[in-house]
Design a protein around this ligand. Structure first.
Ligand SMILES: Cc1ncc(COP(=O)(O)O)c(C=O)c1O
Length: 450
């Protein structure tokens, strides 16, 4: 069966029937961009309930790191499920959780002793980082960045500054959270340019926040995504993270790297912060760690993760089946998938960059490994955001059998399973090319009709 292979109108009749049922009983807060109803998946291919086959460059929001239902992961899950499903690491011990903590201590870029706290999701990993930062420093305030997405529970939501709709109606937020501009080189903030924006964003913290709003000795942590995910797949310049490290060390704050989306091999290194040589004090990890089973981890220097029994825990966190899936996932990542993300990612990036020659909608192509964002603009000079066009391109790609998601207001994100092959990357580039052509032709037609 070729991938993709679309044989019905979309959605097909079976998909439509499920979506109609969903409409009346499932929370309307979800953001479905197009009507995909999955029946099964293998590697980078997803089959829907009508037998249509899609090439997956979304991976369930950057989660299916080893591809859909990788046999090694399914085997590990099955074997663990046959032994026991749950015991709660809060009150009991089990070896898979210890083994995973040992594994994480060896793969995270933090030297010395490292400890892990296990939850079920990215937002729980961030909540743990927040609480631990406050506990360990005895300080109350946190600094995060505009454009950041750290989750949707009240603590992490208070750090999230991606889209106002995510916060609207839910205030007040956690007190003591301050936001600074993020150094987006394509849209450099603060009147800076691509080269100077990293420095100016750190200067903003030092000379604006610390002068006017919060004393540095009362800041517990700076929380940062090495590559902003939901914000638009924006890579932080290396020197930005290096200067944040200097700043946090100088003032006794913790540096927390949110690697929920950029971690677990997606960037072409196990963690995106490794590109910068910076050692964080704490990391939030989730999404790709267990290939799709729910797991979130806050990893910290052992000296920092020194809170007493009862101070933080979770009934389900570090579920043994999720731990088994994570161990199998990490083995595959170390064996060849991180390397594949780097090489196939470079190939995909080059192919997408080449499309800019023929598609005026493309303003910027950026990312690392298989974490690539394509920002669409109406005009390359003014960089006017092509928001509706972005949505149209994502929908056109879906109709042609390619699953991608939006990120930020006007970027398309490519976050495929890390098993993506060069041939599949070529297919993705070809379909994206066709989707752009279709949308550009429609816009041209509309302009002509006006
Ligand atoms: C960088 C980052 N942090 C945290 C989260 C929250 O993760 P979850 O949705 O698993 O709670 C996300 C989710 O997209 C994320 O991208």
């Amino acid at each position: 069966m070729p991938i993709p292979h679309i044989k019905t109108l979309l959605p097909g009749p079976n998909a439509k029937a499920i979506i109609d049922r969903d409409k009346t009983v499932v929370s309307p807060s979800y953001t479905r961009g197009y009507p995909l109803v999955i029946a099964s998946g293998t590697g980078s291919a997803v089959e829907d309930v009508d037998g249509n086959v899609f090439l997956d460059c979304a991976a369930g929001i950057a989660v299916n790191s080893t591809g859909h239902s990788h046999p090694d992961v399914v085997k590990a899950i099955t074997e663990q499920a046959q032994k026991f499903l749950h015991m709660s690491g809060t009150d009991f011990y089990y070896e898979p959780q210890v083994r995973l903590a040992e594994e994480l201590a060896s793969i995270t870029p933090i030297r010395g002793g490292v400890r892990s706290f296990f939850g079920n999701s990215g937002t729980e990993a961030i909540e743990a980082c927040l609480k631990l930062s406050k506990y360990s420093t005895g300080r109350q305030n946190i600094i995060a960045f505009f454009g950041a997405f750290h989750g949707r529970t009240m603590g992490s939501l208070s750090l999230t500054a991606s889209k106002a709709i995510q916060r609207r109606g839910f205030g007040p937020m956690l007190p003591g959270v301050y936001h600074a501009p993020f150094p987006d080189r394509y849209r450099a903030p603060l009147g800076a340019d691509a080269e100077s924006c990293a420095e100016m964003c750190v200067d903003f913290i030092e000379h604006q926040l610390f002068t006017h709003l919060v004393s540095p000795d009362e800041v517990a942590a700076i929380v940062v995504e090495p590559i902003q995910g939901e914000g638009g797949y924006i890579v932080a310049p290396d020197e930005f993270l290096q200067r944040l490290r200097e700043l946090t060390t100088k003032h006794g704050m913790l540096l927390v790297a949110d690697e929920v989306q950029s971690g677990m091999g997606r960037s072409g290194k196990m963690f995106a912060i490794e590109f910068t040589g910076v050692e964080p004090d704490m990391m939030a990890i989730a999404k790709g760690i267990a290939s799709g089973l729910p797991l979130g981890v806050a990893v910290a220097r052992a000296g920092v993760m020194a809170w007493p029994p009862g101070s933080h825990a979770s009934t389900f966190g570090g579920n043994p089946v999720s731990c088994a899936a994570a161990l199998a996932t990490i083995a595959l990542l170390k064996d060849h998938l991180v390397a594949n993300a780097a090489t196939v990612g470079a190939h995909l990036m080059a192919g997408l960059r080449a499309l800019a020659d023929k598609h005026p909608l493309i303003g910027d192509v950026r990312g690392r490994g298989l974490m690539i964002g394509v920002e669409l603009v109406r005009d390359r000079q003014t960089k006017e955001r092509a928001t509706s066009e972005r949505d149209a391109v994502v929908s056109a790609a879906f109709a042609k059998g390619l699953l991608v998601l939006g990120a930020g207001k006007n970027a398309v994100r490519f976050s495929p399973p890390l098993v993506l092959t060069r041939t599949e990357a070529d297919t993705a580039i070809r379909i994206f090319d066709e989707a752009l052509t279709e949308v550009e032709t429609t816009i041209g037609g509309n302009r002509g009709a006006r």
